[in-house]
Ligand binder design. Sequence first.
Ligand SMILES: C[S@@+](CC[C@H](N)C(=O)[O-])C[C@H]1O[C@@H](n2cnc3c(N)ncnc32)[C@H](O)[C@@H]1O
Length: 207
Amino acid sequence: MNPTGWPPRRAGVGSAAIMEHGMASITNDFYETIEPRLHRQIASALKSAQRIVDLGCGHCRLAGFLAEQNDHRHVIGIDVADRGFPRDGEFGGRLRCVRADARDLAFLGSNTVDAVVSLYALHELGAPVASLREARRLLRRGGEVLVVDFPSGSLAQRLWNEPYHSTGEVADLLRRAGFVKVRARRTACRQLTWARAFKPDTRRGAR
Ligand SMILES: C[S@@+](CC[C@H](N)C(=O)[O-])C[C@H]1O[C@@H](n2cnc3c(N)ncnc32)[C@H](O)[C@@H]1O
């Protein structure tokens, strides 16, 4: 991620209109514009999850939003960099941010969380399959991983030109990490990959 280019400038375009009706010309502030709605969509997708890990949480905007949604929910944000973590005690003590590498989360127990989410971070994780395997270890049987990231060839490519995965590659990474029921699609005017998958529900597949 280009540190000088993130986050992009705020714009006055209605995010709902963009997400629902598409947009002929996508402006450079597109990703910031859609963020509030995107956070709501992620919260809706994970509405029944009470224990959530956010991999590559950055400043914890999504993790904090998820923690605020539900008084019984606990969220752990993981990031290799701790700049921008919220102060202790914010979000009613339901959010804990930890500086750690997504590849090695040994301080978290196996089968302990309902959902793992990763927003705009998969492409930055040095070893995505290892990180996704670690996410799978944390999840309870049948638990869900939700990956949202910039696809190759999207506006993000033009803005920051990082090595993004195609939507098909994200699905493949999830399968290689042992997830099942993998569903990956493009959304938000095709400027995002939205990929869901599950930890196998059987004792054998859940190892
Ligand atoms: C583009 S930012 C996205 C931050 C946040 N999820 C958001 O939506 O704004 C990607 C984040 O991934 C983090 N990151 C990169 N490699 C990581 C790793 N191996 N383990 C954990 N976090 C990592 C970076 O420090 C950065 O904060």
